[in-house]
Design a protein around this ligand. Structure first.
Ligand code: CP
Ligand code: NVA
Length: 307
């Protein structure tokens, strides 16, 4: 049966760790220039209803390096943009391609796409989740710390798609996650409840100082996500104080890692000095999107081994 990658909580810890193991192998092969054409002749359709730099480039380059091909499809220039039903698009694409990556607004839309496709569907970001990004983030932490599951993670900022996926990850991997958001910008309460039911150690607060104290990993994201541009000013007021700056970093553990999925609004949710400082692993995090997504695609669409 085909498997999709829509949300981290659809997977077990050992399934995701197998993806990390393959990622390590593929990254080494990429760096040494060793061919690894695990998806020789295969095609990935990439549907975008929102902008992207990293997701688009890393999936397209990843497919090329795996011996396949990626098709960039902006929904506005396909019949989807004129209202063709998702279920019909799903069936048609299943006849041409070997996988679909989609960036869109509603999680329900990608669930519908997946339900009517006979090929794997990968979530390249919805309003609800950004699972590929969290996989790249955790892989990057692992490269730095090895034992990433014993660490204390901290989220400061909006309770958005990234925060929701971190909550999923806390449940699947069992690490401690502190989440600090302003009132009324909390993560999805159903996602928190499900994660807590699954045994996740989630500490929720409205105080970034409480969340950052002794943390091993500090993480943030923009205050207004794609689709929320009209709320930018109102959000900038509400999020005052929810910034990762040198003072917040000083509260965390001495060797704390700072992450941001990018794009960043320097001077809002994170300062220039932190992005450019010694704690930041932000650009490695961005590069690892390529390696981890290659492992996800190879696992879902083809062989999950290089041998
Ligand atoms: N982090 C991330 O998904 O970046 P893009 O929006 O550029 O794809
Ligand atoms: N929360 C951000 C993430 C961008 C990668 C957004 O959805 O715009």
């Amino acid at each position: 049966m085909k498997k999709d990658f829509l949300c981290l909580s659809d997977f077990t810890c050992s399934e995701l760790e197998e993806i990390f193991a393959l990622c390590r192998e593929l990254k080494a092969k990429t760096k040494s220039g060793t061919p690894h054409r695990l998806l020789d002749g295969q095609t990935l359709a990439m549907i975008f209803e929102k902008s992207s730099t990293r997701t688009r480039i890393s999936f397209e380059v990843g497919m090329f390096q795996l011996g396949g091909h990626a098709l960039f499809l902006h929904s506005a220039t396909t019949q989807m943009g004129r209202g063709e039903p998702i279920r019909d698009t799903a069936r048609v694409m299943s006849g041409y391609c070997n996988g679909i990556m989609i960036r869109t607004y509603s999680q329900q839309a990608i669930e519908e796409l997946a339900a009517h496709s006979t090929i794997p569907v990968i979530n390249g970001l919805t309003d609800m989740y950004h699972p590929c990004q969290i996989m790249a983030d955790l892989f990057t932490v692992m490269e730095h710390r090895g034992n990433y599951r014993e660490l204390k993670y901290c989220w400061i900022g909006d309770g958005n798609n990234m925060a929701n996926s971190w909550i999923n990850a806390a449940a699947v991997f069992g690490f401690e996650l502190r989440v600090a958001t302003p009132k009324s910008y909390e993560p999805d309460i159903t996602i928190i409840a499900q994660a807590k039911k699954a045994g996740a150690k989630i500490i929720y607060t409205n105080d970034p100082i409480v969340a950052a104290k002794d943390a091993d990993v500090l993480n943030t994201d923009v205050w207004a996500s794609m689709g929320q541009e009209a709320e930018q000013q109102e959000r900038a007021r509400a999020f005052t104080g929810f910034q990762i700056n040198d003072e917040i970093v000083a509260l965390a553990n001495q060797d704390a890692l700072v992450m941001h999925c990018l794009p960043a609004h320097r001077g809002e949710e994170i300062t220039d000095s932190v992005i450019e400082g010694d704690h930041a692993i932000i650009f490695e995090e961005a590069e690892n999107r390529l390696h981890v997504q290659k492992a996800i695609m190879a696992t879902l669409m083809g062989q999950n081994t290089c041998s």
